[in-house]
Design a binder for this molecule. Structure first.
Ligand SMILES: Cc1cc2nc3c(=O)[nH]c(=O)nc-3n(C[C@H](O)[C@H](O)[C@H](O)COP(=O)(O)OP(=O)(O)OC[C@H]3O[C@@H](n4cnc5c(N)ncnc54)[C@H](O)[C@@H]3O)c2cc1C
Length: 414
């Protein structure tokens, strides 16, 4: 694979951009792989990348029914943070955030990581107590966050109204090294690096059945033929329930649409990410100048990958109280993705009742930030059978009542 560099851009500029290679190959599926990963979203691709890079396992296929990164990975609002409450969550999200710091260099692809800072507004006394508690927990976990007063919120975010009529801003949980990254570039960067290490990424290849033999996974049926494998990883977010059904077990997952929207582009006015969880809205400004806005998940299960007008109205109406300037903006476009929600709002990285079959799902409304850390842990789980980062996120926790309750950190926020 040719390296991307300032020199290569200069050289290609001189020869009319005729020397670029495909970023990743488009191979025909082989009959057999050591490991098959279903789903070429960020989590599936990152799993494949760390399998090859950290464990030397490259006889791997990533199967994708649509196009690479066309699921939630290409539909999210790109917020990256690690200010979770429980220790296992802080560990995996902080590992992920720290991997993001050098991901552009690791993948040789500019993923536009922008650690601009994320603030989660406290707009009720209950939130003040909750976020102060999270800041204390984060201090013990080695995650750099602090609870900041309203004046500091205003300083960091001049467009905010801190004395709103219903929900004045009483402070915020501030994580200065949190931020955003370009979601497509994360998927493309992992795909390109995987392809360079010999991993097969096979698009337009839907898994339609899972084959097993004496309780052990044997392979998959796909729209491009049967493929045998020693191990199988299901990494399909909102479609996890369907794949689990094919494998003969059930998952404690609900699939719901989560929507987002962007405004017309305007001059730079917001250089942090702001979340207002009481009113269900959050916002950042993209490099193009659009205000990127997200709200809560739909209140009912569904598989509609599109936006709805009432949601735009609800989200913008609630945010206008805290950001009055929004009332003068036109909204440009809206969309939706199918997110996979667990009861405790924490992910599942686990072995399953079918031998050799593993599952990575349940990232819900907040799994973009987790892509590198999740890939790291899932690769270790597949390669070695256990991973310290994944240990607490097993399926058995639902049977044993060992929930990792992140409903405050992840239930609404992203
Ligand atoms: C509107 C919105 C905003 C969000 N905002 C944020 C945010 O700001 N920060 C954050 O951290 N997270 C956010 N998220 C959540 C985040 O996008 C997801 O948690 C994350 O992208 C999940 O990645 P994934 O790789 O698990 O799933 P996906 O990217 O959905 O990939 C799964 C892939 O599996 C494929 N697939 C499904 N079934 C099959 C099959 N049978 N055969 C083959 N392939 C199959 C799908 O086509 C898909 O490409 C948001 C999500 C949405 C929808």
């Amino acid at each position: 694979m040719k390296r991307y560099s300032a020199f290569s851009i200069f050289r290609e500029a001189l020869r009319n951009n005729s020397g670029w290679q495909r970023a990743w190959a488009a191979p025909e599926p082989k009959a057999q792989y050591d490991i098959v990963i279903v789903g070429a979203g960020g989590h599936g691709l990152a799993t494949a990348y760390y399998l090859a890079r950290n464990h030397g396992i490259a006889n791997v296929a990533v199967l994708e029914k649509g196009w690479l990164g066309g699921g939630n990975t290409g539909r999210n609002t790109t917020v990256i943070r690690s200010n979770y409450l429980q220790d296992p969550s802080a560990a995996i999200y902080e590992k992920s955030r720290s991997l993001y710091e050098t991901l552009s260099q690791d993948l040789n692809m500019n993923i536009m990581f922008s650690p601009r800072g994320v603030m989660m507004l406290a707009q009720t006394e209950h939130e003040v107590r909750g976020y102060k508690r999270t800041a204390q927990a984060n201090a013990l976990q080695g995650v750099a966050t602090e609870f900041i007063p309203p004046a500091r919120v205003r300083e960091l975010c001049p467009i905010i109204r801190i004395d709103g009529p219903r929900y004045p801003v009483l402070g915020a949980l501030w994580q200065p090294r949190a931020g955003t990254a370009r979601h497509d570039a994360v998927a493309w960067g992992y795909a390109r690096a995987c392809s360079a290490m010999g991993i097969d990424i096979i698009e337009r290849c839907e898994v339609t059945a899972i084959r097993s033999n004496a309780g052990q996974v044997a392979g998959v049926e796909t729209t491009r033929g049967a493929i045998s494998c020693g191990k199988l990883a299901l990494v399909v977010a909102g479609h996890s329930g369907h794949l689990a059904e094919m494998a003969g077990f059930r998952l404690p997952i609900e699939s719901v649409a989560l929507q987002a929207l962007v405004s017309e582009p305007i001059k730079p006015c917001l250089d942090v990410v702001v979340m207002a969880n009481t009113v269900h809205g959050y916002m950042s400004q993209s490099d193009k100048g659009e205000m990127v806005i997200g709200g809560g998940a739909d209140g009912y299960n569904n598989y509609t990958q599109r936006g709805s007008f009432h949601h735009v109205e609800e989200t913008v109406r609630s945010l206008i109280e805290t950001f009055p300037m929004l009332s003068r903006l036109k909204m440009l476009r809206q969309w939706g993705g199918i997110v996979d929600m667990t009861g405790d709002r924490s992910p599942i990285l686990s072995k399953t009742p079918l031998g050799g079959c593993y599952v990575n799902c349940g990232w819900g409304t907040g799994g973009f930030k987790a892509i590198p850390g999740s890939g790291w842990a899932m690769a270790e789980l597949l390669a070695k059978g256990h991973s310290p980062l994944a240990e607490a996120f097993g399926l058995d926790r639902f049977r044993e009542g060992r929930f990792i309750d992140e409903s405050v950190a992840a239930g609404v926020a992203h």
